[in-house]
Design a protein around this ligand. Structure first.
Ligand code: AMP
Length: 642
């Protein structure tokens, strides 16, 4: 919260009570915002450590970090036990480090070494209490009410257990919301004013250890919602009905880490001999390295791996480079990890009696959806670009906060989403902005423009997507960058790069760039209005008026510098090639034009104020005109040479 904003009274916060991590969020004037810990952490590990006497002595990161030393006193993944009997949870027990016994009415209880018994609700309450305190510290007021999310497949007992946990933590649960519904709400799905048609969406949630796929029907509030099971009204907004869920409680990013550990182990054994006994420290280091490598490969085309193997001969260093292609081949193999996830989506579709084409939008949740192959395969199955613009680890909490704000009747500062609030464009040479979609354009909106390179043999370009009304990048807000790489080397100005901006009904912007000759493409997604208040928009608009004239001139000079550079390059090449074959007076005019324009380029580049834009434009025109005989001579020569 910004210090100047007044503390809300009796606020409702949104809580994502997760299996491994939990978060708390609140809608400020900039929209849903994650509330951070004192040390700036967003996620609170859902881990509680108890003392010998059964007192909670650490919650969150410290409990997680020291879990290995206190396996029997540390409770993690307690969400898997919520509202369940020991028998129900039988399949989970092998994966938990602590002891689970049968309590009253068969309920699962955690038996601590000192003899204390804890219910899963009591453990969850410790996590909720910590989140409540965090919210109170940030919002500077007492927090008594919350919206809490649960998986769509949670049954009544599991939902009741969640409510009970909140009560123990001193929180009144205003509403329990399904996690996929919250994720959809975070993207504004079902909350736009101009999309009155019902739609069907899929939410694909792939975390560290579990996969949940949900198919939801979003029914605008004006329409008949029907009375089937699983209907979740959203207080004044739309209805989300769960059509089906499918999941795998043992499929997640951890499997990928294990696969990489197996690969490293196998290769290290080949290198050092199979009698090698890996120490616990080496194993732990390998696990960490595996996760880091996986995360790196989500961004980079290759990752280098280096690890010291304790006790191995010859200095014992195992080293290799792993490429994204190789990684994708192993996780994407027939019947492999990604295919298992896709099979889950197919099951969810079958249960909902729908075809992939009937799904209009796909929302990605969970850290493992950052893996590019996962995004591609899910996108291919549903034939639509999945929503990845919001942080997949935070999207559920952000949606819970959005729901809380609706229930609070407090849609303050919310931006109207049926128009693009600020212009959207990309950075061009010299730091200028080419605007593709202008502010107040109604959504959905779409625009394309062709760009090229400014340097010879450029095989990669960076696209900086910006938002704002000013003419230069430094005065706008960067929404993110992405690279289009793998282009064949060509002279400057020759590649044809088509950039497409699409803003959909929910305000999600998808920017894609394709190099026409090679077909190489890249894209990124963002939610441009995220973190933007109505006041911000007003201020940005005012500033653009104040600076309009100056900005226009500067943009013009910057473009002239870039375009004149290309002209100068081409024309000097022509002079070298065919200069001798034209009239000497004409050649002299060209050379004079080159000198004049070059001097303007140098001055304009150093300080845009030092040149007169109109005179610069004239100089460029004159040189273009003077170079006509050169072009003619060049054409004549090529015809002769044919
Ligand atoms: P979650 O349970 O949603 O927090 O997801 C955690 C999982 O996401 C872990 O297995 C992480 O290793 C994985 N993860 C986080 N960031 C990335 C990334 N950039 N690429 C691939 N996996 C990631």
């Amino acid at each position: 919260m910004s210090p100047e904003s007044t503390p809300p009274s009796d606020p409702i916060v949104g809580i994502d009570l997760g299996t491994t991590n939990s978060l708390v969020a609140y809608v400020t004037d900039k929209g849903p915002t994650i509330l951070l810990s004192e040390s700036g952490e967003a996620g609170l590990p859902s881990v509680v450590r108890y003392s010998e006497s059964g007192r909670a002595e650490a919650v969150g990161e410290s409990a997680r970090q020291e879990a290995v030393e206190h396996p029997l006193h540390t409770v993690s993944s307690v969400k898997r036990l919520m509202g369940r009997s020991r028998k129900d949870a039988q399949g989970e027990l092998d994966f938990l480090s602590y002891e689970v016994v049968e309590g009253e009415r068969d309920a699962a209880r955690i038996a601590l070494p000192g003899g204390a018994l804890k219910s899963p609700e009591e453990v969850s309450a410790e996590i909720l209490r910590t989140l409540k305190q965090r919210a109170e510290a940030t919002l500077d007021t007492e927090v008594r009410r919350a919206v809490i999310t649960v998986p769509a497949y949670f049954d009544d007992a599991q939902r009741q257990a969640t409510r009970h946990a909140a009560r123990l933590a001193g929180l009144d649960v205003v509403r329990i919301v399904n996690e996929p519904t919250a994720a959809a709400l975070a993207y504004g799905i079902g909350r736009t004013t101009n999309n009155a048609e019902p739609e069907t969406i899929a939410v694909f949630d792939l975390g560290g250890g579990t996969l949940d796929v949900s198919i939801l029907r979003v029914i605008p509030s004006a329409q008949e919602a029907g009375d089937g099971g699983g209907v979740g009204g959203v207080g004044g907004a739309d209805m989300f009905r769960v059509l089906s869920t499918a999941g795998d409680t043992r499929l997640g990013g951890d499997d990928v880490d294990r696969m990489l550990v197996e690969l490293f182990t196998r290769e290290a054994e080949q290198q050092f001999g199979s009698g090698l006994d890996f120490t616990p420290r080496t194993r732990q280091a390998m696990r960490l390295l595996a996760e880091q490598t996986k995360i790196k490969l989500s961004k980079e085309k290759s990752a280098s791996v280096r690890i010291e193997i304790e006790g191995a001969p010859d200095g014992g260093v195992y080293e290799r480079t792993i490429t994204r292609d190789e990684f994708e081949q192993s996780i994407g193999a027939e019947g492999g990890w990604v295919m298992r996830a896709i099979a889950c989506c197919e099951r969810a579709l079958r249960d909902a009696k729908l075809t992939p084409q009937q799904i209009e939008r796909v929302v990605m949740v969970g850290g493992s959806t950052r893996i590019p192959l996962v995004q591609r395969r899910v996108g291919e199955l549903f034939a639509s670009e999945p929503y990845t613009a919001l942080d997949p680890d935070r999207v559920v909490a952000l949606g819970a906060a959005a729901q809380a704000s609706i229930l609070d009747g407090r849609e303050q500062g919310a931006l109207l989403l049926d128009v693009v609030p600020l212009s959207l464009g990309i950075e061009t040479v010299g730091g200028a902005v080419a605007k593709l979609i202008m502010r107040n354009a109604s959504v959905p909106a779409r625009a394309t423009e062709m760009f090229s390179t400014s340097v010879d043999a450029q095989t990669s370009i960076m696209l900086n997507v910006v938002q704002g009304e000013r003419e230069m990048v430094e005065d706008c807000r960067s929404l993110g960058t992405f690279h289009l790489s793998g282009m064949p080397p060509m002279p400057a100005g020759i590649p044809q790069i088509e950039v497409l901006f699409m803003v959909d009904v929910n305000g999600v912007l998808d920017v894609s760039a394709v190099e026409k000759r090679s077909g190489k493409r890249a894209n990124m997604q963002v939610v441009p209005h995220h973190g933007l208040s109505a006041e911000d928009v007003d201020r940005i608009e005012r500033e653009s008026f104040t600076h309009a004239l100056e900005d226009m001139t500067r943009h013009r000079v910057v473009d002239l510098v870039a375009n004149s550079r290309l002209d100068l390059k081409w024309i000097t090449e022509l002079v070298d090639r065919v200069g001798a074959s034209i009239d000497p007076a004409q050649l002299e005019a060209v050379n004079a034009g080159i000198t004049a324009l070059r001097s303007l380029v140098e001055r304009g580049d150093a300080d845009w104020r030092s040149v007169d834009a109109e005179a610069f434009h004239q100089a460029k025109q004159s040189l273009d005109e003077a170079s006509v005989p050169l072009h003619e001579a060049s054409i004549a020569r090529s015809l002769r040479d044919e």
